[in-house]
Design a protein. Structure first.
Ligand code: ZN
Length: 253
């Protein structure tokens, strides 16, 4: 069996990790301890052995295909593997992640994931999960010029500018950031309902249930925002409405 040689110091954050935290507006001392790259491979071998000890057919079953009940749309932040926070196993979550868990109607990557999840995998639930202490939210709220991420989070900055009176009235920076993170999840759930794929399955009454969550990185707990999606389910797509009017008018003649 291949066993990688350990020749690098362990449990020391790499310079690039520290740099990345600064890039996202973080300046705190990082207290996390990290595995070395060689440890990742050894951990993998140990995990496989544990799984096989519990169930010799585990990987045979895993490789037979996927039928996940959940699509998880989350932030790219390294602290948010939802599988750990929810004790879910490989095969349970279909995943799309990007900075600040955004749903963009022009993001072909996201739209392909969404279409595959809904039409082919037939997921029963879509979870849009933001989180507190999000670097993308900080970049949007504070308008720092730090590169391409500014372009990416600009829709969230627009949300902030729309709700500026409400957000700026909050007494602390943390409360302002937390509120924008919540507003962002609501906006992304709304965006989800604007996609043609969701429109299609809604009209067929086959749409999955949609949930807006926030993961509180400070406690590890998930908060369900209990977003009512009915308001967006009922809005007819303007193009569809136009098509119906056209059909009605033509039927009259
Ligand atoms: Zn984030």
């Amino acid at each position: 069996m291949f066993l990688p040689k350990v020749d690098a110091p362990v449990n020391i954050p790499s310079r690039s990790t520290v740099k990345q935290l600064e890039y996202l507006g973080e300046t705190r001392v990082n207290l996390m301890e990290y595995n070395s790259i060689d440890e990742l491979l050894r951990n993998n071998q140990a995990w496989v052995a544990e799984k096989l000890a519990l169930d010799p057919t585990y990987f045979e079953k895993l490789s037979s295909g996927q039928s996940p009940p959940f699509l998880y749309i989350g932030c790219s932040d390294s602290r948010l593997p939802l599988t750990n926070f929810t004790r879910t196993e490989p095969g349970e979550l279909f995943v799309h992640r990007n900075i600040a868990n955004q749903i963009s109607l022009t993001d072909i990557n996201f739209l392909a994931v969404l279409e595959y999840a809904i039409l082919h995998l037939q997921v029963q639930h879509i979870i849009v999960c933001g989180h507190y202490d999000c670097g993308g939210i900080k970049a949007a709220l504070e308008g720092r010029t730090i590169g391409i991420i500014d372009n990416w989070v600009n829709p969230i900055r627009e949300l902030y500018l729309q709700k500026r009176d409400e957000i700026d009235a909050l007494p602390t920076r943390q409360e302002r950031l937390d509120r924008l993170a919540e507003i962002n999840v609501v906006a992304q759930v709304k965006n989800l309902y604007q996609t043609s794929i969701m429109r299609q399955v809604l009209s067929q009454q086959k749409a999955p249930m949609v949930h807006g969550w926030l993961l509180d990185i400070r406690t590890g707990l998930i908060k369900d925002l209990n977003i009512s999606t009915l308001q967006w389910q009922l809005y007819p797509c303007p193009l569809l409405l136009e098509f119906r009017l056209y059909t009605i008018l033509n039927d009259e003649h």
